[in-house]
Design a protein around this ligand. Structure first.
Ligand SMILES: [Zn+2]
Length: 67
């Protein structure tokens, strides 16, 4: 299963979640406020995140999410 970045539309929490191919975005539940309706961030999926390359922090991921 691919892992995607999501942002909660209710509280703004950003989180990673493994999502099955049959699941739709509106089924994604925020782990912070437990509300559905999170928004998928259109980043490259973090299928393999083994390399912690600091040069990879460009794009739509906020650097604070790595702290
Ligand atoms: Zn939330």
């Amino acid at each position: 299963m691919p892992m995607y970045d999501y942002k909660c539309n209710s509280c703004g929490n950003k989180f990673d979640k493994l999502v099955s191919f049959s699941a739709s975005d509106k089924d994604i539940e925020c782990p912070k406020c437990n509300k559905n309706g999170s928004e998928k961030l259109l980043c490259a999926p973090n299928i393999s995140n083994g390399a912690s390359n600091s040069n990879m922090q460009s794009g739509c991921n906020a650097p604070s999410s790595f702290s």
